[in-house]
Design a protein around this ligand. Structure first.
Ligand SMILES: Cc1cc2nc3c(=O)[nH]c(=O)nc-3n(C[C@H](O)[C@H](O)[C@H](O)COP(=O)(O)OP(=O)(O)OC[C@H]3O[C@@H](n4cnc5c(N)ncnc54)[C@H](O)[C@@H]3O)c2cc1C
Length: 281
């Protein structure tokens, strides 16, 4: 997580002061016939805008103004694991990871862990489980939840199960993987659009979510700069390119999730990476 924190700080520090208004949680958005939008915040403030860009992630409050598409649970959930750089756990587990990323998969389960720049380790234990299973566990109780997750890996290599039992996270977060339907889109509505996960939430298995989010922002900015007097044209140009570039990535990410934790794992993952890195490609 540390590398992500550093990247986040770099991006935030590159912005003009006050570009971000912290502590403004949007609670509702109203659309008016004048094609204006009013956003109300939990702190009691509100503003009206002629153009509203929803960059508010998976559970976007802006998206329902444009489409009825909703994120759907993928049947895979991630349980966070982590080990500090200076702990004996990281030293021991690093042997299995090397300097990059460890991926182990089997039908319905897997462990993914990577070394951060400061040598700490973070990762996920992935499980294919129904939402009812997730809701039945108190993940705030680290020891209990670790034991329940560990139970799914009984009989596996000791070196691998150590990734679960030695995690030092006091409050492991469970992350059910949701995705928007592949290929969903919307009809143009004046003065409103979406970027990032708000528009194309997908499983992390194309490795493109953050890239796409940043690309969307840059692309929309470029379209506005190119059409300074016609914002509708700018948004239309942006959206046409957005739908096109997103479709294949969303499809790949859904397919890869199946390859990682479906019935054919781990051979399907070996085939996937062999194809990606074969001399012909
Ligand atoms: C377990 C996991 C692993 C992942 N691994 C990778 C990876 O390896 N590579 C990769 O590229 N992508 C990965 N992703 C995906 C990546 O995290 C997302 O695609 C990316 O963060 C999308 O950026 P975003 O800015 O659109 O949304 P977010 O990062 O979700 O940002 C949305 C922002 O909106 C704010 N917000 C939300 N609601 C409101 C509200 N009501 N009012 C005010 N603010 C609000 C949030 O606080 C947040 O700051 C992973 C995702 C998960 C869940």
């Amino acid at each position: 997580m540390r590398d992500r924190g550093e990247l986040r700080d770099m991006l935030i520090n590159s912005l003009p002061e006050n570009a971000i208004q912290w502590d403004h949680k949007a609670t509702s958005i109203d659309a008016f016939e004048t094609n204006q939008y009013e956003v109300k915040f939990a702190n009691g403030r509100a503003f009206r805008a002629d153009v509203l860009i929803g960059a508010d992630g998976a559970w976007s409050k802006v998206r329902p103004l444009m489409t009825t598409a909703k994120p759907e649970y993928s049947d895979t959930c991630f349980n966070e694991i982590a080990y500090p750089a200076d702990g004996r756990e990281a030293e021991r587990l690093a042997v299995a990871i090397g300097t990059g990323t460890l991926v182990t998969t089997a039908p319905g389960k897997g462990i993914i862990a990577h070394r951060n720049a400061d040598s700490s380790i973070s990762g996920y234990v992935a499980l294919n489980k129904p939402e009812s299973w997730i809701r039945s566990i108190d993940f705030s109780h680290a020891q209990n939840s670790r034991e329940l997750v560990y139970a799914q890996f009984k009989g596996r290599s000791e070196q691998l199960v150590d990734f679960i039992t030695m995690s030092t996270l006091a409050k492991p977060t469970i992350r059910p993987i949701f995705a928007l339907p592949v290929g969903h889109d919307w009809s143009r509505k004046v003065g409103i659009t979406l970027i990032g996960d708000a528009t194309h939430l997908m499983s992390p298995f194309a490795g493109e979510g953050a890239n796409l989010a940043m690309y969307d922002g840059a692309d929309l900015a470029g379209a506005i700069i190119a059409n300074p007097n016609d914002l509708e044209q700018a948004i239309l140009t942006y959206e046409l390119a957005l739908f096109e570039r997103t479709l294949d990535v969303a499809r790949m990410s859904a397919e890869n999730l199946r390859l990682f934790f479906g019935e054919t794992a781990p051979h399907s993952v070996v085939d996937l990476f062999s194809g990606l890195f074969s001399p012909e490609t």
